[in-house]
Design a protein around this ligand. Structure first.
Ligand code: ME8
Length: 520
């Protein structure tokens, strides 16, 4: 079945940093894992380019908002390339294909009665461009939960989305789809806030102009959040079934909707878990299957901020690439990151220790031991295993099943652990069977062949499962294990026991060099 995964679209008034790199890497690992399984995946990311924040940043720099957007969108694109991320499209909200579809969607909402012109008064968080109810504002002590700045009392005549009309349908939807918001802690927050009751939300602005004009009343621009949420469907041509805006888009991509995962940070959950589903309900479009709201990277125990100088920005990340390699960075993001309900602390020492204990000592060392012994005792040729794998075929099948289930649930830690545990078992098997001692007794040559063939085969299968995390290094391992290149290799063919024929030439491999300890 076709599957789609999305990142948030990132604001162009900021430079790319660890947060953006993180969410995009999580999606990339999932997309690669699904493609490895032979699934048809669409991986979407992009930039959010309208709104007062971009307008103000541009004014402060003395450039037009479009010029600022062009410059920073190009930077986000460049970063995707540097990181080797495998997105299928990069959508920008200033592109005509997006703007025109958004106008169509909004017109449909207006025609259906889900949107009306009204006057609104509320507490406004300028940084977040979000309104709060009196109850919520009071709870927040009338301060922005993000920036800490005071909320402003604001009145506006605007077009409103009748969110309140969707209260019951949303409650029913949540009850019927317990996995819709992940992790559970986040789902509970949404349910709690939903119980407070929904209010209609303004969906236009008149106090600035950098946005998509509201169809039929152009002194209003469409609120940046409404504009932005629609990226998930405009990229797939869902607002353009006849292909008159972007020929071919809908025909090729409509099959990817609804998205399997919208992966986001927890600060933007309300928009994704409540407003977005209500908009889709109003448009009679299917709802995404899961909103996964991860937590935050913090640094050295504190919230990252530019003013405190602990922000893990792009130059810092590139420093890690230079020292440890790109795959090591991906590994740390995917296995130590805040995918679940708690924040993750980014520490140079922890990065280093994870690299050494997992990548050097296990993922690097285990294949290196196995290929070195096959080099030494069998002249680099895959030995013949008369015992046909012994316990190993079942052990490997179990790892493949655990990995597959974990990928289905976007549980990257469990997915990484399945092949890691396999490699650790191979190490333990080597320590127990002591092939280096067996090798000294010519009468035990058959036993030696079985041990090493079994190790090589298990290492190969673990390598396949590690590929989405460590694509560069696992391609090296694949090559070292002499796996036939060029052939069409399905996931089941690659993970089945015995795919490495006896006699295959295996090369020694050193995947992760030891690196000097990080400086404090
Ligand atoms: O909110 N740790 O864009 P944005 C982990 N344009 N992830 C982090 C992070 C951190 N410390 N900081 C940021 C927007 N992120 C809107 C989204 S979607 C229709 C519109 C990640 O540039 C995380 O995914 O502020 C978060 O949700 C996103 O960056 C916010 O990016």
């Amino acid at each position: 079945m076709p599957a789609c995964i999305t990142t948030p679209i990132y604001y162009v008034n900021d430079r790319p940093h660890i947060g953006h790199a993180y969410t995009t890497t999580v999606c990339d690992v999932w997309a690669r894992a699904m493609r490895l399984r032979g699934e048809d995946v669409f991986f979407l990311t992009g930039t959010d380019e309208h709104g007062v924040k971009v307008e103000k940043s541009a004014a402060a720099k003395g450039v037009t908002p479009q010029a600022l957007a062009d410059e920073n969108a190009a930077e986000f694109r460049r970063v995707l390339q540097v990181f080797g991320l495998s997105n299928d499209d990069f959508i920008r909200t200033t592109e005509p294909r997006h703007e025109r579809q958004v106008q169509r969607f909004v017109k449909r909402l207006l025609d259906s009665g889900a949107v009306y012109l009204g006057t609104f008064e509320g507490w406004y968080d300028e940084g977040q461009e979000e309104y709060y109810t009196e109850t919520k504002a009071k709870e927040l002590d009338y301060k922005s939960p993000i920036s800490g700045k005071p909320l402003a009392r604001a009145t506006e005549q605007n077009y409103y989305f009748r969110l309140s009309a969707f209260q019951e349908r949303l409650e029913r939807f949540f009850a019927e789809h317990p996995g819709f918001v992940q992790p559970d802690a986040r789902r509970n927050e949404v349910l709690g806030r939903l119980r407070d009751g929904l209010q209609d939300v303004p969906m236009t602005r008149t106090n600035f102009t950098w946005g998509i004009p509201f169809p039929g009343d152009e002194k209003h621009v469409i609120y940046v959040w409404i504009d932005a949420l629609f990226n998930y469907v405009t990229a797939l041509g869902m607002g353009d079934p006849d292909g008159s805006i972007a020929p071919g888009l809908h025909a090729q991509r409509a099959k990817y909707w609804p998205a399997q995962y919208h992966v986001i940070g927890k600060e933007i959950l309300w928009f994704h878990a409540v407003i977005w589903p209500a908009l889709l309900m109003a448009l009679e479009l299917p709802l995404p299957r899961c909103i996964h709201a991860h937590s935050f990277w913090i640094a050295d125990g504190q919230k990252m901020s530019k003013s405190m100088g602990n922000f893990v920005d792009l130059p810092t990340i590139e420093g890690y690439f230079a020292k440890y390699g790109l795959d090591a960075w991906r590994w740390y993001m995917a296995t130590q990151g805040p995918l679940q309900a708690s924040d993750s602390d980014f520490r140079a020492q922890h990065f280093h220790d994870t690299y050494t204990s997992e990548l050097v000592n296990v993922v690097g060392n285990c294949p290196s031991r196995v290929t070195a012994m096959i080099g030494k005792y069998f002249d680099g040729a895959m030995p013949e295993d008369a015992a046909r794998g012994g316990e190993w075929p079942a052990r490997c099948a179990q790892a493949v099943t655990a990995w597959t289930r974990a990928i289905d649930e976007l549980d990257l830690v469990a997915a990484a652990n399945a092949p890691m545990a396999l490699l650790r078992d191979v190490d333990a098997f080597i320590n127990r069977t002591e092939p280096f001692k067996v090798a000294k007794d010519p009468a035990r040559a058959g036993e030696l062949a079985s041990i090493l063939a079994q190790c090589a085969e298990a290492v190969r299968i673990a390598g396949v499962l590690l590929e989405p995390f460590l694509p560069g290094k696992m391609a090296e391992l694949d090559a070292a294990l002499g796996t036939p290149g060029g052939a069409v290799r399905t996931f089941s063919a690659r993970t089945v026991w015995g795919a490495l024929p006896p006699g295959t030439r295996l090369a020694k491999c050193a995947l992760f060099p030891r690196v000097e300890a990080a400086k404090a």
